[in-house]
Structures are given as C-alpha cells and as structure tokens.
Design a protein around this ligand. Structure first.
Ligand SMILES: [Mn+2]
Length: 315
C-alpha cells in the first residue's frame, strides 16, 4: 500500500508546485501531472505548473492541461517550493537534470514512478511496480480521500489504458482492472480517451508503418525481431512506441527491438518481450537505459550505417 501522508502534507505546506514530466511525453506522465494539477488548482492559495522538455502530442491535448512550460530557460526552480517528478524513470528523463540536482537540497523533490530501474533520486520516493504511474497516483488520492473529479479520473484512466497497451501487456493486473473500473464509476470519459489515443492515425502514418513493417528483420536463431526507422522517416514519437507495442503481437519473437535514428545523432532503441523468462530492462540498463521487465529502452549517440551483415552504429 502506498503511504500518502508525507506527500499530501508537503503539498499542504506548499504554494507553488512544479510538476515534471518526462521527455517524449506520453499519457502516463501527462495524465499523472494533470491529476495533480487539477487537484492543486482547486486550492485558492496554490498554483501548479507543468514542465516537460517537449510539447504535448496532439493525441493528448484533450486532457486539457494548462500552465505548461516546454522551454527550459523559462523555468526557474527557485520560484517553486515543491517539485514532483511523475513517471520519470531517472532524473535525465526530466530534461533538466542539472537544474533539479542543483536545487534538490533546497526544495523537496518527490519522485513518483513505476519503473523498476528507478534509482530513487528524490527526497521522497514513491516507486511501485504498478501498471502505470497514474495507478500509483490513484492509490495516493484514494488514501488521502481526495475527490476524483471527472477530469482527474479521465487523466488517470488514460495513463492506465495506454501504459497497459489497452489491457494487453504484462503490466495488466487485476488491480489495474479494478482501478480502471473505479475510475469509470467516477466519470472517466473512456470514449474520449479511445477516440484520441487509439483512433488517431493518419494515412501518412499508416503508409510509413507499411514501409517500416515491409523491412522487418527476423533473426530465426535467437528469435529477435528488429525494425529500423531511419532519419529520413521523420516520425512522431508515439509511432515509435506504437510500433514496438504492435510487434509484441508476433508470437514467435523473444525480443522485439525498434531502432529510431534521430536528427541530432541520437539513436533511440525500444525493447519489448512477452516471454516470462526475459527481462529487457536488464538489457536496456547495459546500454545506460532502463524501464520495465517487458518494455524498456535506451539511447545511443551515433548514426546508422547499412552493412552487409546488417545495421551498424557509427560515431
Ligand atoms: Mn508510465
């Protein structure tokens, strides 16, 4: 059970609260921040600001988040009296790690997350291996008897639905199902969630999917499936994650790896497995990344070069 007392007494004592979301923001990080922002803003003496190094994807604008800053030069941490990081598996995910570490001894930093590789970088760490960070936030709100408005419930349910890949991945548990059911009872708008997060493909995106899928590589010895998205295929981050999730439908694959070459010489790798005896978070950690046992990722610096043997990372 999550102990929420310390968290809410910190919020009680604070007036200006900064909520941190991770890079390539998804529904779990934004939904968690949204739930806190809507709760904090109900108090006349308190303000919540959300910082994320990148803008809100079009598919998540419906969450209705306001006071959202993406420019790190606009953010002065000393103007806040409490910082809460949400769904950030490590401090670099916040996009402003130096700033956060600099101020950590002066302003309390609360780390709420569900990634098993989280190194507990906060002054208070609420790290639990649940289906989504929004599921942890739900427990925290429940323990503190906080009223779940329709808006808050929608934010929380969006995180669970998308982080469990619509209740299909290993993160799906009876708890995530019963939490979802409770959120629906509180008025979470599932129609809106599905319309925005699932029915949001464009013909261009599907054609790109077709191109990437037609070049899929399958290593039959180790049963590793890999897909490469080159720099020329400029895609939205959610297509990248979506592709990795979709490839888990391949029954035979032990490990799924989706490699995306970015414009700024970064190569992002997303890993998935559906096999009980494989932990892709351990693999990701070897390359400086992290995540969950069944879904993880890491980044490399360099470019991709095609060789006779396959793709190679060159500096
Ligand atoms: Mn998450």
């Amino acid at each position: 059970m999550v102990n929420s007392k310390k968290l809410f007494s910190q919020i009680d004592q604070s007036k200006n609260i900064l909520l941190l979301c991770h890079r390539n923001p998804d529904a779990d990080t934004l939904g968690s921040a949204g739930a806190f922002a809507f709760f904090i803003e109900k108090h006349a003496d308190k303000q919540a600001t959300i910082f994320c190094p990148e803008p809100i994807p079009r598919s998540l604008v419906f969450l209705g988040l306001e006071k959202f800053i993406t420019n790190d030069s606009e953010i002065k941490l000393k103007n806040y009296d409490l910082i809460i990081a949400l769904d950030c598996g490590d401090i670099t995910q916040t996009g402003i790690p130096e700033k956060v570490l600099d101020i950590k001894n002066l302003i309390p930093l609360i780390n709420i997350d569900h990634h098993q590789t989280n190194p507990n970088y906060g002054n208070l760490n609420i790290v639990q291996p649940m289906s989504a960070t929004t599921e942890i936030v739900y427990r925290l709100f429940q323990n503190a008897n906080i009223e779940l408005t329709r808006q808050i419930s929608t934010c929380l349910l969006t995180g669970i639905i998308t982080d469990t890949t619509y209740y299909t991945n290993a993160g799906t548990t009876k708890d995530s199902m019963s939490t979802s059911s409770n959120l629906l009872k509180q008025g979470a708008d599932i129609k809106k969630i599905i319309k925005n997060t699932w029915r949001n493909n464009s013909p261009e995106a599907l054609k790109l999917w077709g191109k990437i899928l037609s070049q899929l590589h399958f290593n039959s010895e180790h049963k590793i499936v890999s897909a490469v998205i080159s720099k020329e295929d400029a895609i939205m981050p959610e297509v990248f994650e979506g592709m990795a999730n979709f490839l888990t439908t391949l029954y035979e694959a032990n490990i799924i790896i989706v490699i995306h070459e970015g414009k700024d010489d970064t190569i992002k790798c997303s890993l998935r497995t559906t096999k009980d005896n494989i932990d892709v978070a351990k693999l990701a950690q070897r390359f400086g990344g992290g995540g969950h046992a069944k879904a993880a990722g890491f980044s490399l610096t360099g470019r991709l070069e095609k060789t006779e043997k396959g793709w190679k990372v060159v500096q």
